[in-house]
Design a protein around this ligand. Sequence first.
Ligand SMILES: C[S@@+](CC[C@H](N)C(=O)[O-])C[C@H]1O[C@@H](n2cnc3c(N)ncnc32)[C@H](O)[C@@H]1O
Length: 203
Amino acid sequence: MAIADRTFPAWAFRSPLRRATVRPAVLLDFCGPKLGETVADLGAGSGFFLEELRRRIGPTGRVYAVDVDARALALGQRLLTPDGPPVEFVHASAASVPEIPDASVDFALSNGLLCCLVDKTGAMDEMWRILKPGGRALVTFQTFTRGWTRRGRALRMTDDGFRRLVGRRAWTVSAGSPRRFHRTYRLDRPAGPGAERTAERAA
Ligand SMILES: C[S@@+](CC[C@H](N)C(=O)[O-])C[C@H]1O[C@@H](n2cnc3c(N)ncnc32)[C@H](O)[C@@H]1O
């Protein structure tokens, strides 16, 4: 039987406790979008990062919010303030988002996605595809899921696994400060020649 991606109750990531302890602006200061840019929030959930993303891109920017969980997206849509750039909510797996054209996104956010989906390679390939050459991504994940069950093995994101994933493409990788079970990376999709390294190279 296929292993399902990990989803959460829609309110789990919009709780007052989270609002009090996690500040999207701090994470987006490490690597975030700029005025007028197009952004994809992959595994956007109920949209915890959307207002800060919109604030940074301003009225001429554009946001895609992608998630497999329709209820989380619906809550995100409901909580969105009326002002600001448009958000296109896309109910899809981040591993296959044909709604987002090739090389159309300046900045991708993947906060906590890689430790929740099974098809990590597919998600990283999609991120590469949708980013413009010269585009960048902010990727975070938890490493606490153990590989004791088939589901745990499918969902967990290890440091070695992440190195293998980024090694499949020509990403430039910079790490933020690691915490015990939490990792933060900035990935840049190079703009110049040689940027088209593909999976074959790593195979
Ligand atoms: C840890 S939560 C983080 C949510 C959001 N990024 C935040 O920080 O509030 C991970 C999210 O990934 C979503 N997810 C899991 N598998 C997915 C997939 N294949 N494609 C897109 N989203 C997925 C879950 O539904 C959940 O909303």
